[in-house]
Design a protein. Structure first.
Length: 149
């Protein structure tokens, strides 16, 4: 898979994950705000309409909320869609409530899934300074302006 390049697309799930990704902000990062469980569905929609690599970064809680999206991704077998799950067995952004991620093998639902088991993080990442409309407009403009070489 290699390193992220300037044409790759990143879709980051809501909560701390999008806030962490925002530390490495770029126009082709799409931060899903307030829609837990929607990142993979958004990634599928994007991957269907581009040859670029699309990287979705989700937490275990958001992934459990979107199991249907994982099955859809498996059915479509989009070779340019990569699903990364950061699994700390809790909903960290909302107070650390436990999830049931230890009861499922996410990788069996979608072949292009990689799960990283992580610990809880005591640091709180900074908030995203863009409003959702700015995120969407900037992302759309980047897709239209940047031609893949």
């Amino acid at each position: 898979m290699g390193q992220l390049n300037e044409y790759d697309i990143v879709v980051a799930s809501t909560g701390y994950i999008s806030r962490e990704v925002f530390r490495y902000d770029r126009d082709l990062n799409f931060y899903v705000q307030g829609s837990m469980g929607a990142a993979l569905a958004i990634g599928i929609g994007i991957a269907l309409h581009t040859d670029r690599r699309v990287f979705v970064i989700n937490g275990d809680g958001a992934s459990l909320m979107s199991l249907g999206s994982m099955v859809t991704a498996q059915k479509l077998r989009l070779m340019n869609l990569y699903n990364f799950i950061l699994d700390n067995n809790c909903h960290e952004s909302t107070g650390g409530q436990p999830t049931a991620s230890d009861c499922i093998d996410f990788c069996r639902l979608y072949f292009n899934t990689i799960v990283y088991e992580i610990g809880k993080d005591e640091t709180i990442p900074p908030r995203i300074t863009l409003i959702p409309k700015q995120i969407a407009e900037r992302f759309k403009n980047a897709l239209l302006c940047q031609q893949v070489k």
